[in-house]
Design a protein around this ligand. Structure first.
Ligand code: ZN
Length: 365
């Protein structure tokens, strides 16, 4: 069981606090993605300096390499990656669907070939929960099937129903420990009737938190928001809500305004490695030649190492030269931007001014 307290409400938005075995997380919160036991190009110290107190670990990658048993033998994922704060692990389902070869989905689970060495693996709800236990996740995710978009209603329906049976098995396999919890995942594509049935089923099973999955896979922001408008009011008020795989700054702001508490996305870290920087004045591409002689900082209001120590000209040079430091500095900057955006939204909710804060983001979708 993990704790969650809603401290302040502003419209549908909530300012809350998660309490776990590895400390508290102020919400709304963004979770940097730590794919293979590392948030790419970041030290844990640098990550904590941005204000992040929760990261996401990928079950699929860790089960293949170095293996969950090995990580458990070395003291668990927190110790292995030297991250003393909160870890949420995904179920492995999403990466199995997107990365693994020769997948076979059956009632019992999914069998697949590793994208690394072709080895044969089986991932069932029980196996996914056991792996996440071995990793020592504070928050475990139920195994679900990710339905491709677009798919016909009847395909989305049978996929959602399989995910709900897997959710029940995941919940049963989860070992209760103080400060540890399991989240269920609402599926149902872009269909409000299926989303509501999925939410009702999960609430009947009873989870510590509720995620909304299967979005941000090409449906567009307006459709994402319409699904949230239909789904979020059906979720319990007193439990955290996590929108998976989202998103751009404007997506986060719109989802927080609709009552979402947690997010994860590879966008800030992946963009940092391709010289794309998120700033208070929009996205900046540091490969662009106009930065070559610019002595000014990337974002004068940003407290990150890239903005306080270096010029746009230097960051441009690093990216053009393919230097690792360029990826490190821009990843740190982007994660600082995301952390600051979430902190600014938390303050706006406390002040009852989230609508005014959100207005400039509404044209960016
Ligand atoms: Zn910065």
């Amino acid at each position: 069981m993990i704790g969650f307290e809603v401290l302040v409400r502003d419209g549908a938005a909530r300012r809350g606090r998660l309490s776990t075995a590895h400390g508290a997380v102020e919400t709304p919160a963004f979770m940097p993605v730590g794919t293979a036991g590392t948030v790419k190009a970041m030290t844990p110290e640098g990550l904590a300096a941005t204000g992040a107190r929760i990261v996401l670990g990928n079950t699929y990658h860790l089960m293949l390499r170095p293996g969950a048993e090995r990580i458990a033998g070395l003291g668990g994922l927190h110790r292995f990656m030297n991250w003393p704060y909160v870890i949420l692990t995904d179920s492995g389902g999403f990466q199995v669907m997107s990365l693994a070869a020769r997948r076979t989905i059956a009632e019992v689970g999914v069998t697949f070939r590793s994208h690394l060495d072709g080895g044969l693996y089986e991932l069932t709800p029980e196996r996914s929960i056991a792996i996440q236990h071995q990793l020592g996740a504070d928050i475990t995710m139920a195994l679900d099937e990710c339905t491709p978009y677009p798919s016909p209603h009847e395909v989305v329906e049978s996929s959602m129903e399989l995910s709900m049976r897997w959710a029940e098995r995941s919940r049963r396999a989860f070992v209760e420990r103080p400060g540890h919890g399991i989240f269920g995942i609402v599926q149902g594509g872009v269909h409000p009737d299926l989303r509501l049935r999925s939410a009702a089923k999960l609430i009947g099973v009873g989870f510590d938190g509720y995620a909304i999955g299967g979005l941000a896979i090409g449906e567009g922001q307006a459709t994402t928001f319409a699904v949230l408008d239909a789904t979020v009011p059906a979720l319990p008020e007193h439990r955290p809500r996590y929108l998976m795989g989202v998103g751009k700054p404007a997506d986060l702001v719109g989802a927080v305004a609709r009552g979402i508490d947690m997010f994860d996305c590879v966008l800030p870290t992946r963009s940092g490695r391709t010289a794309q920087a998120f700033t208070r004045r929009g996205v900046v591409n540091l490969r662009n030649a106009r930065h070559a002689d610019d002595p000014s900082p990337l974002d004068p209001e940003c407290p990150c190492p890239a903005c306080t120590g270096y010029s746009r000209a230097y960051l441009h040079h690093l990216s053009r030269a393919g230097e690792i430091l360029g990826s490190m500095l821009l990843t740190a900057h982007n994660l600082q931007y995301y952390a600051d955006l979430m902190a600014a939204m938390r303050r706006a909710i406390e002040a009852g001014s989230l609508a005014a804060f959100a207005a400039p983001f509404e044209s960016e979708g």
